[in-house]
Design a protein around this ligand. Sequence first.
Ligand code: NAD
Length: 313
Amino acid sequence: MANDVKFVVTGGAGFIGSTLVRTLLSRGRVVVIDNLLTGHEANLKGVRGQIEFHNVDIRDAAALDPVIRGADTVFHLAAIPSVPRSIDDPVPSHQVNIDGTFNVLRAAANARARRVVYAASSSAYGDAEVLPKTETMTPSPKSPYAVQKLLGEYYASVFYSCYGLETVSLRFFNVYGPRQDPTSPYSGVLSLFMKHLLARTSPTIFGDGEQSRDFTYVEDVADLCWKASQASGVAGKMYNAGNGNHYTLNQIWKLLQQMEGVSLPSNMAPPRAGDVWHSQADTAAAIRDLGHSPRFTIEEGLRRTLEWYRGAA
Ligand SMILES: NC(=O)c1ccc[n+]([C@@H]2O[C@H](COP(=O)([O-])OP(=O)(O)OC[C@H]3O[C@@H](n4cnc5c(N)ncnc54)[C@H](O)[C@@H]3O)[C@@H](O)[C@H]2O)c1
């Protein structure tokens, strides 16, 4: 692939976006759109000189057009990515996750981009009893965030059927790894576990800790984004981007304590509204159509993540 191929990553200064940026660097020219709401320029340390960065808000449609013009692929990851935040403060997350997504799709269609890869969410499945979750299940969103991300999938699919813009939606499950921000009450659970482990303090678990998640290492997700941008016969479709396993929060916290040789019993708090109880991806379709092949076991992923947090502490 020619090195002047242009890739746009919205949310490229965020946790997953900044890993995707590094995956794309050897493949073409990388342009990042991010308003730094939850992302940080520090996430681009070491690669900042090799990319083009635009501090643009995806709610600003007019500002998107010139940045997206000439793009081969747009990886759309910018979002306000939190279930509890969407419940506490639904207006901004509605505007960014729905209107902003519409703006990105529209700008990509206007620019005749070859493809958009959209970061969808496993929260769309809600509490459907059956595990693993397959793409053919009826969605059952339980929070504003889940509705918003699901609507983005529908819009992506409709931009293909109505305007011919190739789109692929990937339902990320619980992604973890380096650069996940642990500083907000809305932070992902594993980043908070890392913070507590290194500070030798007890984390708070909402519920009894027996809720389970398909934890997916961030490099596997970035790799799948790339594959989704290249696969044939997948336009307009949606795929699970999990790893196929599921672990309870209690299991993960125990594993982390063992890795550090410490004992820090967790505090328990009542379950949070909107939280899904169990989550596990059926990865068969992504393996078949996209060549999905997650490389990281939970132990290896946690080890790498812990080392990163230790260095960043
Ligand atoms: N982390 C997960 O486990 C997970 C699971 C399912 C889906 N996702 C999706 O993956 C994507 C990336 O999430 P993440 O975990 O890296 O979170 P993140 O908060 O680190 O990244 C989101 C990025 O979007 C940027 N952003 C927010 N509002 C914006 C706006 N109006 N204009 C431009 N940029 C804006 C933020 O500054 C941030 O850099 C999101 O779309 C999220 O919904 C994440």
